[in-house]
Write a protein of this length. Structure first.
Length: 296
């Protein structure tokens, strides 16, 4: 299931494509064309199951023989499935667009960066994938507003990768002031992307600073957070309600439910699975029968 947060990253992760072009050339010296069209490509990178092989974002630079693809992932946690999916992303992107492609992984914390930098052997001799990482160690600590405005894309990435730095509060405040110097709609997209990428105390600090600012982009940012929270609340409320309905139906029918089954039902976050459980709760003869057969 694609979460609301994942959808937000899909839409925002590439932010301004020209800023992304400059950042990639600066950090990795990639052969990204200096001129020509830059466009967002489809992040669905599997012909069989797009729900599994779906990158956060994909960018296609240039035309003809100069075309170059960049797959961008914002990785907030450890996920060993990605070590199998990432080579697939590159292979399918390369095949679909008929051009070279690379994988760039943005790591907000050091633990994830240590995990993501490990080489991925594919089994074919000489074909080993080493993801390109954007992390605390290769991004600058930007605490000067003028510098942030001059390279706003890198400043945004810096705010994410430096989230564990002791001076993060200063980094966040610098970027929030810098966003006031660019187009408000673009500033809102950057601000929202950072909110989605951060976790814990860093995310709270970012949102606290945003509440104190009075720049034009603030109105859209506040409305976006409110709307996003309202939507996520509706989804979570519906899921919780369906899970409780499954248990209520079984209780009404006089069917005992073990603690293990109760926890599995209440812990389910997939609306489609809950729909199946709701239908089964009407006909099963025991609580264990809810999960007796595979779902999906």
């Amino acid at each position: 299931m694609v979460t609301a947060q994942h959808e937000g990253l899909n839409k925002i992760a590439t932010f301004n494509l020209e800023h992304t072009r400059d950042m990639l050339r600066a950090l990795f010296d990639l052969p990204v064309p200096k001129s020509g069209e830059a466009r967002i490509a489809s992040p669905d990178l599997s012909e069989v199951d797009p729900g599994v092989a779906r990158a956060d974002s994909a960018i296609l630079y240039g035309e003809g023989e100069e075309k170059f693809g960049v797959i961008v992932e914002t990785q907030r946690g450890l996920d060993d499935d990605k070590r199998y999916a990432w080579p697939e992303y590159i292979a399918n992107f390369r095949s679909r667009e008929q051009c070279p492609a690379c994988l760039v992984v943005i790591c907000p914390n050091r633990r994830v960066a240590r995990w993501a930098k490990k080489e991925i052997p594919t089994g074919h001799p000489g074909f080993t994938l080493k993801p390109l990482l954007i992390h605390q160690g290769n991004t600058p600590l930007i605490v000067d507003v003028e510098q942030a405005v001059e390279n706003i894309g890198l400043a945004v990435i810096s705010a994410i990768t430096q989230s564990e730095h002791p001076r993060f509060k200063e980094v966040a405040a610098t970027l929030q002031r810098a966003l006031g110097h660019i187009d408000p709609k673009q500033a809102w997209r950057y601000a929202r992307y950072i909110n989605l990428s951060l976790e814990g105390d860093a995310q709270k600090e970012w949102d606290r600073g945003m509440k104190l600012e009075t720049y034009p982009y603030q109105g859209e940012y506040a409305e976006g957070l409110w709307a996003g929270g309202k939507q996520e609340g509706r989804i979570e409320g519906k899921i919780e309600g369906e899970a409780e309905s499954v248990l209520k139906i079984l209780n009404t029918r006089g069917i005992a439910v073990s603690e293990e089954v109760r926890e599995r039902v209440l812990g389910c976050q997939d609306p489609e699975t809950l729909d199946v459980l709701l239908q089964r709760s009407i006909v099963v003869r025991s609580g264990d029968e809810l999960f007796a057969e595979p779902i999906g």
